[in-house]
Write a protein that binds this ligand. Structure first.
Ligand code: ASP
Ligand code: MG
Length: 455
């Protein structure tokens, strides 16, 4: 059995969704599909929360918008009239419940993490019901299984839950042993599971990839396929390099590192569950389903340049905390990171010296993070400063530490391109070298690296 994840990008409009339905019809039998919400729906659900907090008059328009979007998919994807109406009735009931949640938020003037998670995963539930019904109406034996009913068990952490694979595995294996068959197709909404105490908990934004990996590991699937509207992992972003090359094979570690710096192909946590279960991940392009795509395995594939890809993220900023004798003062780093953690800030990385701790943060958390650490009393540092106009660049390839000359090649390229390197992290991972450059230098940095390693 395969587990196949289909991303929101593949459902960017009705026509794209229809192409996917046809593909599932042809190639999907006997497998499990994990779906994202239709494009843009999760954002809508979440902005609905902030709007509902402020003004109850925003609730009806949001519900109507969600209804219009999903009705339009139903009309386009389902031909059978009776099935169409059944689905619309279902959608109405689901949206009625959602509307009550929004009113609850407005009334109590409070959106708890619990309520946020309950609302955030409505998009996945709706898309999965509709896609399953579209296949059912084409004569396929399709059914939609809700994660909270079949028992995708989580650790209960709202917004950034992790799955408990052993318990999930027990539940899913029992279920599929009984119900799976060669011609059946199951659809499962991605993005969330249920805690042991029965609370809906989401796996974080973009978490449907992780859901699919959890399900693949839980049922010991033959393979995890990620269907996307792109070819696979590339040697660079096509925004910077006109003709980057496809990476046909890569290792779990390389994929995780590339996912982390933003390649956008895979959620960074996808590798965790399948790595333990030794299940390969295949990235498949829905526009050319027979193309090889990228295959991620435990071994990967060694190339002569060692480096597989040049990647970057602009969603980064650096908070520099200046202090003296950092290495000799116990607790200073933990004081800062604990405070940030308590306020829900996710630290991306930390690089320290004796006089400065540099904390890499998501760009939109930087201002708030500086204010947060200013509340630590007594102040354990001298001053803090922010750099926002930066980008994090990484070169990724297994064995980067074991091979001579890669760092030299990397920084010769940036030197020749007249790029100033602000910070380096090397040696912590055997598969990646990271550094920070001025955001304005990003494009020429990527071009210089790509030409040095791949052209
Ligand atoms: N719909 C969720 C999000 O947009 C999860 C996902 O698409 O993977 O974050
Ligand atoms: Mg997504």
């Amino acid at each position: 059995m395969k587990v196949i994840k289909i991303g929101g990008g593949c459902f960017k409009d009705e026509a794209a969704a229809l192409a996917i339905i046809k593909l599932i019809y042809k190639r999907g039998k006997g497998n499990i599909f994990v779906l994202s919400a239709f494009s843009g729906v999760t954002d809508l659900l979440l902005s609905g929360i902030s709007d509902a907090l402020k003004d109850e008059n925003t609730i009806s328009p949001i519900i109507n918008k969600l209804k219009t979007i999903h009705y339009s998919f139903i009309n386009y994807l389902i031909d059978d009239k009776a099935e169409k109406n059944t689905q619309k009735q279902k959608i109405i009931l689901i949206l009625q419940k959602l509307e009550r949640f929004y009113f609850g938020i407005n009334f109590t003037r409070e959106a708890t993490p619990r309520m946020r998670d309950i609302i955030a995963c409505y998009g996945e539930r709706l898309s999965s019901l509709i896609v399953a019904s579209a296949l059912l109406s084409r004569g396929i034996n399709a059914s939609c299984l809700m994660p909270h009913k079949i028992g995708i068990i989580t650790d209960g952490k709202y917004s950034y839950a992790s799955a408990i694979i052993s318990k999930t595995s027990k539940n899913l294996l029992t279920f599929f042993k009984k119900h799976a068959s060669k011609d059946k197709i199951f659809f499962i909404p991605g993005f969330y599971g249920i805690s042991e105490s029965g609370e809906i908990t989401t796996f974080g934004r973009g978490g449907s990839d992780y859901s699919a990996a959890v399900i693949a590991a839980a049922i010991k699937a033959d393979i995890l396929e990620i269907w996307k509207d792109t070819e696979g992992f590339m040697t660079a972003d096509p925004d910077n390099i006109k003709k980057p090359k496809l990476i046909p094979k890569l290792s779990y570690v390389e994929a995780a590192e590339l996912a982390y710096t933003g390649a956008g192909i895979l959620h960074p946590r996808t590798v965790e569950p399948v790595k333990k279960a030794k299940i390969d991940i295949a990235i498949k392009n829905t526009y050319s389903p027979d193309a090889p795509g990228s295959l991620i395995t435990s071994k990967g594939h060694k190339t002569s340049s060692i480096i597989k890809s040049v990647s970057y993220t602009k969603n980064i900023a650096v908070l520099k905390v200046h202090a003296s004798g950092i290495g000799a003062r116990p607790g200073i780093l933990s004081q800062i990171t604990e405070k940030l953690f308590a306020k829900g800030v996710n630290i991306k990385s930390v690089i320290t010296s004796q006089t400065c701790i540099s904390i890499l943060l998501p760009k939109n958390d930087i201002d708030r993070s500086q204010s947060i650490i200013q509340t630590i009393k007594p102040k354990p540092y001298i001053r803090s400063e922010k750099s926002k106009n930066v980008a994090l660049v990484s070169i990724v390839g297994d064995g980067i530490l074991r091979h001579k000359g890669i760092a030299a090649k990397c920084f010769t390229a940036t030197y020749d391109a007249d790029v100033n390197i602000q910070m380096i992290s090397f040696g912590t991972s055997n598969a990646a070298l990271y550094f920070i450059v001025d955001a304005d230098d990003l494009d020429k940095t990527i071009k210089a690296l790509h030409s040095n390693f791949f052209e």
